[in-house]
Design a protein around this ligand. Sequence first.
Ligand SMILES: Nc1ncnc2c1ncn2[C@@H]1O[C@H](COP(=O)(O)OP(=O)(O)OP(=O)(O)O)[C@@H](O)[C@H]1O
Ligand SMILES: [Mg+2]
Length: 280
Amino acid sequence: MQENITPEDKKKKIEKREEEIRKNLQKIKHKLVVISGKGGVGKTTVAVNLAISLASIGFKVGILDVDITGPNVLKMLGVNPEVKPMVDPDSEKFYPVNGPLNIKVMSMAFLLASQDTPVVWRGPMKMTAVRQFLGDVEWGDLEYLVCDLPPGTSDETLDILQLIPDENVIIVSTPQEVALMDARKTINMTQMMKRNVLGIIENMSGFTCSKCGFYIEIFGSGGAEKAAEDFGVKLLGKIPFEIEIGAQGDKGVPFSIKYPDSESSKAFKGIINVIQEILD
Ligand SMILES: Nc1ncnc2c1ncn2[C@@H]1O[C@H](COP(=O)(O)OP(=O)(O)OP(=O)(O)O)[C@@H](O)[C@H]1O
Ligand SMILES: [Mg+2]
């Protein structure tokens, strides 16, 4: 016989799940959520390199790839997607995989048959997976959990932002006007949702030719400062465009491990200093 589920039952079930998520994440000291307005501006690059920079100075760090349809964290971090997370059959909890510098990693990519398998789930299925990642992954006692979100201000992004308790939102933008226009909307939305915005990171911010040293602001300048000022948030830092960042992202060796003395790695270090100052 089919069970009759009333709207009241449904509401209680959702509230119970949200409480489980809150409990599961409360052991983690700081939750950093990386979002953007526009796609392809470097969220995953920033999330991965922030995690690496934090881990390299001794913090216990985890990274959660919540971009269910386009999970790129494993690729950029150089983690083998064939290594599957352990699942405790009794508690049904997942254990994240250990990545470089002992970073705990969880991603939808672990659950896909191959890297070419598309995720064709619709909204409700994606959100069930997100809730599982947030509520059923045993992170242990982390100091930082970096969450890489899908691009834009879709329902999915809003739901994820609502589900993560006490999160600190980092907005990534490139200096182009179209990217900044969308970033401004995202800051506005995040503030309307009363989430804590830590600040903006400007990515692909200027390029210095390694041969002749000529510096050029390929995508313009000044927009991120203006957005930060207009919305009363901090400009956490600027990461230059470096050809090697793209190449390293493709090879799965994050830039800040391979080139610790590069301008970008220094920029990431500067950004984590600012983040620590704000959060401590
Ligand atoms: N500062 C940079 N210099 C050079 N290349 C970069 C830089 N930042 C990111 N890239 C490259 O740009 C591409 C897009 O970056 P990334 O995948 O991190 O963006 P994203 O915002 O996560 O994209 P999506 O919206 O699809 O999730 C990648 O190939 C990455 O290696
Ligand atoms: Mg991404």
